[in-house]
Design a protein around this ligand. Structure first.
Ligand SMILES: NC(=O)c1ccc[n+]([C@@H]2O[C@H](COP(=O)([O-])OP(=O)(O)OC[C@H]3O[C@@H](n4cnc5c(N)ncnc54)[C@H](O)[C@@H]3O)[C@@H](O)[C@H]2O)c1
Length: 252
C-alpha cells in the first residue's frame, strides 16, 4: 500500500479484535503504531507482537471516554515518532439494558452514547490540532452494520453509530481543504473475541444466511480496508461510510 511506510499514528481500542488486526497490518506496511486500550496488557501484547516482528509499536492504557487519556496517546505518538499521520477511533461496547426505546433508561442511553459516540468526538478533538499543524492526516472511525440494520433489540448502540457517520462527514467537510480526510468503516458480523463471547448458533446462522459470501468476517478483512483508508492510496477518498460485510447488506 502506498504511503504508510514511515508514517505514524494511533489506534484507540487496539488491544484485540479489529483494532489489533489493523495495528498488525499497519506495522506490516511499515507504519509506526501507538495502540491504546482499556485493557493495557492487551495493548502491550499487540505492540510486543509488532516489535518482535521488527515493526514499531507502543502499547498503552486508554480510557477513550477521557480527553486526557486520548491526549496521552497523541503526545506519545508525536513525541516518539515525530508525527500523527492517522488516527483510528475503534473502541466501542454494548451497554447492559440497551434493549428497546421504551425500556432503556436515560442513564443507560447516556452511558452508551458516551462510550460509542462522545468518545469519537474526544478522539477528533485530540487528534485534529496536531494533524492540522502538520498539514493533514487521516481520521478513521469504526461504525457497524447495526447503524442501518434497524435491529428491534437495541436502540442506543445503533443510534451512536449513526451519529459517528454524521460527525465524520462534518470533519471531512470542515477540514478537508486543510488536508484532513475522514472516513467510516462499517463491519458486518466479524468473528472477533468480543463477537464470539455473545454469538449464538442461531445468530451466526442468520448472519451466514444474510451474507452473499459463504463465510463471516475476519478481523483481517477490516484491517485491510482500514489500512487502505489511512494510506495514500486513498488520498481522494473522504466523507465516506464504507461497508466490509461479505454482502450482508448492499447499499449505494
Ligand atoms: N465484531 C463485529 O462483528 C463488529 C460488527 C460491527 C461493528 N464492530 C465494531 O468494530 C469495533 C471493534 O470491535 P471488535 O469486535 O474488535 O470488539 P472488541 O470489543 O474486542 O474491541 C474493542 C476494543 O476496545 C476496547 N475498549 C472498550 N472500551 C474501551 C474504553 N473505554 N477505552 C479504551 N478501549 C476500550 C476493548 O478492550 C477492545 O480491545 C467496534 O467499534 C465495534 O463496534 C464490530
Amino acid at each position: 500500500m502506498r504511503g504508510l511506510a514511515g508514517k505514524a499514528g494511533v489506534i484507540a481500542g487496539g488491544g484485540r479484535g479489529i483494532g489489533a488486526a489493523t495495528a498488525l497490518r499497519l506495522a506490516e506496511e511499515g507504519a509506526a503504531v501507538v495502540i491504546g486500550d482499556l485493557e493495557e496488557e492487551w495493548a502491550q501484547a499487540t505492540a510486543a507482537r509488532i516489535v518482535e516482528a521488527g515493526g514499531k509499536a507502543i502499547g498503552m492504557g486508554l480510557d477513550i471516554c477521557e480527553p486526557d487519556s486520548v491526549a496521552a496517546l497523541v503526545q506519545t505518538c508525536i513525541g516518539t515518532y515525530g508525527a500523527l499521520n492517522y488516527f483510528h477511533a475503534n473502541a466501542a461496547g454494548a451497554t447492559q439494558g440497551d434493549v428497546d426505546a421504551l425500556t432503556i433508561s436515560l442513564e443507560t442511553f447516556d452511558r452508551s452514547i458516551a462510550l460509542n459516540l462522545r468518545s469519537y468526538l474526544i478522539c477528533t478533538q485530540q487528534a485534529l490540532p496536531a494533524m492540522l499543524e502538520q498539514g493533514g492526516g487521516a481520521m478513521l472511525y469504526t461504525s457497524s452494520g447495526a447503524a442501518y440494520g434497524g435491529a428491534p433489540w437495541q436502540v442506543a448502540y445503533p443510534t451512536a453509530k449513526n451519529g459517528i457517520h454524521a460527525m465524520m462527514r462534518h470533519v471531512a467537510a470542515r477540514y478537508g481543504k486543510e488536508g484532513i480526510r475522514a472516513n467510516v468503516v462499517c463491519p458486518g458480523l466479524v468473528l472477533t473475541e468480543a463477537a464470539l463471547e455473545h454469538l449464538t448458533d442461531e445468530y451466526r446462522e442468520a448472519g451466514l444466511r444474510r451474507a452473499a459470501l459463504p463465510r463471516l468476517g475476519k478481523p483481517e478483512d477490516l484491517a485491510a480496508m482500514a489500512a487502505f483508508l489511512m494510506s495514500d492510496d486513498a488520498e481522494w477518498i473522504t466523507g465516506q461510510v464504507i461497508s466490509v460485510n461479505g454482502g450482508m447488506a448492499m447499499r449505494d
